[in-house]
Each structure stands twice: as structure tokens, then as C-alpha cells.
Design a protein around this ligand. Structure first.
Ligand code: ADP
Length: 220
């Protein structure tokens, strides 16, 4: 599903965010990318959803070489990748249901198809009863769960979550990880960045560590 070969990312200001990274993630895998702030975690995910391009090396996602993808073909690949951010990025004046429906509407799904997909997505994150609430009426954990529903409502094969628990207390963090594991259980490949080692221990999933842009695998 994801293959990085000898990938380096140097930003225009000379900042070396990633250095000679090699990583393979198979379809159906669950992977944590851990590491302190500034170690390159967000940059790595940005390369995967085409927000940034690698300075050197090869990034292949779902069979597409990202260095060769532009315009429409990049947009098509992005539709096949769900992304969750630390700060939820919900539309404030739209209800939970509208926030989740918006992506489908933007992708040209019919009204009937949107309705067919909304309920299972909200059910997956346990928020059917909050469908008509506005984001400000929800807790941080609930808002993050809405953003997960939005990320998976178009049934992408790959879900990327960038510090999804960064603003949450331990209970809500664990709830979010449990939902991500559940999504993985139905076949979605999940890649999560976090600086919270305790979550990784608790969840018992594979992890790799970034330090100063270098990737390390735990000894086992
Ligand atoms: P993390 O997600 O682990 O906190 P980042 O990927 O955000 O790390 O950042 C890795 C390094 O790249 C840091 O030194 C950061 O300052 C730098 N960096 C990130 N984004 C940019 C950018 N747009 N321009 C220049 N440097 C950046």
C-alpha cells in the first residue's frame, strides 16, 4: 500500500525533515510512527497524501508514484486516502452530519448515496445521536471522532492520522485508537503518528521511530 525508497525531504529553507527513509506498509497493516516534535512525522504523512513532494527518492502509494502525479490524477489518489488531523478541521457552522456529508457532496456522490453512507460512518465512531449537533457542542474526543467519520465515509483503503490524540486526555485518546484499530479490522490500512509511547504499548501494534528525520525500527 505504501513504499518509500531512499526518501529525503529538504524544505526550501534548508531544513532536513527526512533523511534516506525506507519504509514498506502492506495492505491491511496498522503502523504507528512515533518520535518527538520536529522529528519529521507530519512531513512523512504529507509525502503520502501529496501535500509535499520528496526532494529525493521514491514514494509509491496504492500503486501510484507520487513524484509523477499532478493535477487530476493526484486528486483521484487523494480521494482514496482518508486524513485525520490533530485539530479536527471541522466546519464550525455545519452540523456533524453536514461535516461528514460535505466530502461526499464535493466528490459528486448522489443525495441517496450520501444518505446511505452517513449512518454507518457515524455509527462506526459512536456518534449517531450527535448527528445534528454543531462542533462547538461536542467534546474534543467527539470532534475527533467526527473527523474520523469524515475521513472514512468515502471508504478509502488508506487512513492517515497525524497526531490524532494530540489534544485529547488519555481516555479519549484510547477511544480514538480503538476506533482506528476497528477500522483496521475491516481492512483499512492505518498509519498513525504520535509522540505518546504509552498508547503504542497499550495498543500492541507495529511502530517505527523518527529522530531528526532518520527512521529507526525497534529491536525485537
Ligand atoms: P513532526 O511532525 O515530527 O513535529 P515535522 O515534519 O512537522 O515534524 O517537521 C520536521 C522538520 O521540518 C522540523 O525541523 C520542522 O521545523 C521542519 N519543517 C516542517 N515543515 C516545514 C516547512 N513548511 N518549511 C520549512 N521547514 C519545515
Amino acid at each position: 500500500m505504501v513504499s518509500l525508497k531512499r526518501v529525503t525531504k529538504t524544505y526550501a529553507n534548508g531544513s532536513k525533515a527526512l533523511v534516506d527513509i525506507g519504509l514498506e506498509v502492506k495492505r491491511g497493516d496498522f503502523l504507528f510512527i512515533t518520535g518527538p516534535s520536529g522529528s519529521g512525522k507530519s512531513t512523512l504523512l504529507k509525502l503520502l497524501y501529496g501535500e509535499e513532494t520528496a526532494t529525493q527518492g521514491e514514494v509509491v502509494v496504492d500503486g501510484c508514484d507520487l513524484s509523477e502525479l499532478r493535477g487530476d490524477r493526484l486528486s483521484l489518489l487523494r480521494r482514496r486516502i482518508g486524513v485525520v488531523f490533530q485539530d479536527y478541521k471541522l466546519i464550525p457552522r455545519r452540523t456533524v452530519m453536514e461535516n461528514v456529508a460535505f466530502v461526499l457532496w464535493a466528490q459528486g456522490f448522489t443525495r441517496k448515496e450520501i444518505h446511505r453512507r452517513l449512518q454507518p460512518a457515524l455509527k462506526m465512531v459512536g456518534l449517531v445521536h450527535k448527528a445534528n449537533c454543531f462542533p462547538e457542542q461536542l467534546s474534543g474526543g467527539e470532534q475527533q471522532r467526527v473527523s474520523i467519520a469524515r475521513a472514512i465515509v468515502s471508504t478509502p483503503p488508506l487512513l492517515l492520522a497525524d497526531e490524532p490524540t494530540g489534544n485529547l486526555d488519555p481516555d479519549n485518546s484510547w477511544q480514538v485508537i480503538k476506533i482506528l484499530k476497528k477500522l483496521n479490522g475491516i481492512g483499512i490500512t492505518v498509519i498513525v503518528t504520535t509522540h505518546d509511547e504509552s498508547l503504542i504499548r497499550l495498543s500492541n501494534e507495529r511502530s517505527v521511530q523518527l529522530r531528526n528525520g532518520h527512521l529507526y525500527r525497534p529491536q525485537s
